[in-house]
Design a protein around this ligand. Structure first.
Ligand code: NAD
Length: 376
C-alpha cells in the first residue's frame, strides 16, 4: 500500500505527520511512502532529506491519492473530497468533541482513524499523541517562562555579586507538569509541584522537584489513577497553598486538567496581584478554560502589577521539529500494530481494543463511539 504524508492546511500549523526518520521506518514496514513537496518545510525537514530517507516527493494530488493518508489536523471538506474510495486517513480528529466532523466523515467511502483516541493503557503508551503533545507543551512552557522572565533561572555566585535561583511552582504533575519540572530544574531553578494525586510525589522528587502535599482525608483520586474533581475541603486548602506560594515564587506553570471537564481555577486574581513585578505565569490549560483568573487564550498579557500571563495554545507548534518527530513516531508505532504481516498492508482488527478505540468511520460506516475501555 502507498502512504501519503500531506502538507497541513490549518492556519499557523508548523508540524508534519512524518519526518525523514519516521518515513524510513514505514518503508521497513513494507509501505511505499510519498511526501507532498514542501510538507516538512516549517519543521525544518527539506524535501531532499525525505528523498535521502528513501521516499518520493510528489505533488498534492498524488499525496492525497495514497491508500493511507497521514496528517496532524482533521481533514477539511476539500481534503476529504480528494481521498480515493477505500482510502484510510489517520489524524487527530477529537471525535468526542466534533460530532459534525464525525457525520461529515460518513459522507465518504473512506476509513477514518482518530490517533488521539488511543486508549490510555500501558500497551498503547507508545502511540499516545496526547502524552507526546503534553510533554512538549510542558517543556516549551518553561522556555516561554524563561524568555519572559528578566532574570536567570539558576543561582550564581559572580564577581559582581550573588544571584539567587528562581523559584518555580508547577500546579498539576501529570505528563506536562513533569516535563516542566524536569526542564525548570535542569535550568537550575528551585522547583515545587503540587497535584491531588499523591502517587506523583516520588516522580516529582526523582526529577529534581519538591512535592507540596495538600493534606486532606479525601485526596481526589479516581480508581483509574486519573484526577477527578477535587472536594471543597481540598480546594480550600489548595487555595491557601497557592496564595502562600504566589507571594514567594517567581514563576507559576499550571497544567491542571480533569478529563471531560473544564479546567479547575487554581490561581485567583488576588494571587496574581500578590506576585512580584516581573513574575511570569504560563497557563497550559488556557484552551480548556484556564487554571488562572485573567488568562487570555492564545495571548501573552502583562497585568497592572507587572506579572506576565502566557496563555498560548500552540506550544507544540512552537517546537515543530520535535513535535513532528514524536507525532510521526507515535504513528509508526500505531502502524506497526496495524500491519501484522510487516508487508505494507494495513489490516484493522476490531477485536483489539486499541484498534477498535480509534475507528471513527470504517468504509463509510460510523463506528463512533467505541465501547468504553477500562484504563490501566
Ligand atoms: P491531565 O492532562 O488530564 O491532567 C494533568 C494533571 O492535572 C494531572 O496530573 C491531574 O492530577 C492534575 N490535576 C487535576 N486537577 C487538579 C487540581 N485541582 N489541582 C492540581 N492539579 C490537578 O493528565 P495527563 O497528564 O495526561 O495524565 C495524568 C497521568 O495519567 C500521568 O501522569 C500518567 O500517570 C497517566 N497516563 C497514563 C498513560 C498510559 O498508560 N497510556 C498515558 C497518559 C497518562
Amino acid at each position: 500500500m502507498r502512504i501519503g504524508i500531506v502538507t497541513e492546511s490549518s492556519p499557523g500549523e508548523t508540524r508534519v505527520a512524518g519526518t525523514p526518520s519516521t518515513v524510513s521506518q514505514l518503508v521497513k514496514l513494507g509501505y511505499e511512502v510519498v511526501v507532498e513537496a514542501g510538507a516538512g518545510e516549517w519543521a525544518s525537514f527539506r524535501d531532499a532529506d525525505y528523498v535521502a530517507a528513501g521516499v518520493a516527493i510528489v505533488d498534492k494530488t498524488q499525496a492525497w491519492n495514497a491508500d493511507v493518508v497521514l496528517k496532524l489536523n482533521a481533514p477539511n471538506d476539500a481534503e476529504l473530497a480528494q481521498l480515493t474510495s477505500g482510502a484510510t486517513v489517520i489524524s487527530w480528529l477529537s471525535p468526542g468533541l466534533n460530532p459534525d466532523l464525525v457525520e461529515r466523515l460518513t459522507q465518504y467511502p473512506i476509513t477514518a482513524l482518530a490517533v488521539d483516541a488511543v486508549p490510555r493503557i500501558s500497551r498503547a503508551q507508545s502511540m499516545d499523541v496526547l502524552s507526546s503533545t503534553a510533554n512538549i507543551a510542558g517543556y516549551r512552557a518553561v522556555v516561554e517562562a524563561a524568555n519572559a522572565f528578566g532574570r536567570f533561572f539558576t543561582g550564581q555566585i559572580t564577581a559582581a555579586g550573588k544571584v539567587p535561583p528562581a523559584k518555580v511552582l508547577i500546579a498539576g504533575a501529570g505528563v506536562a507538569g513533569l516535563a516542566a519540572i524536569g526542564a525548570a530544574s535542569a535550568l537550575g531553578a528551585i522547583v515545587r509541584a503540587t497535584d491531588p494525586r499523591p502517587e506523583v510525589a516520588d516522580q516529582v522528587k526523582s526529577i529534581g522537584g519538591t512535592y507540596l502535599a495538600v493534606e486532606i482525608a479525601d485526596q481526589g483520586v479516581s480508581s483509574d489513577g486519573y484526577a477527578k474533581a477535587t472536594s471543597e475541603d481540598y480546594n480550600r486548602r489548595a487555595a491557601e497553598l497557592y496564595s502562600e506560594q504566589a507571594r514567594d515564587v517567581d514563576i507559576i506553570i499550571t497544567t491542571a486538567n480533569i478529563p471531560g471537564r473544564a479546567a479547575p481555577k487554581l490561581i485567583t486574581a488576588a494571587d496574581v496581584a500578590s506576585m512580584r513585578s516581573g513574575s511570569v505565569i504560563v497557563d497550559l490549560a488556557a484552551a480548556n478554560g484556564g487554571n488562572v483568573e485573567g488568562t487570555v487564550p492564545g495571548e501573552k498579557i502583562v497585568t497592572a502589577n507587572g506579572v506576565t500571563i502566557i496563555g498560548y495554545t500552540d506550544l507544540a507548534r512552537r517546537l515543530p521539529a520535535q513535535a513532528s518527530q514524536l507525532f510521526g513516531q507515535n504513528l509508526v508505532n500505531l502502524l506497526k500494530l496495524l500491519t501484522p504481516g510487516k508487508d505494507g498492508v494495513l489490516v484493522l482488527d476490531q477485536t483489539d481494543i486499541v484498534q477498535r478505540s480509534i475507528i471513527v468511520v470504517q468504509n463509510g460506516e460510523k463506528l463512533w463511539p467505541p465501547p468504553p475501555v477500562q484504563v490501566s
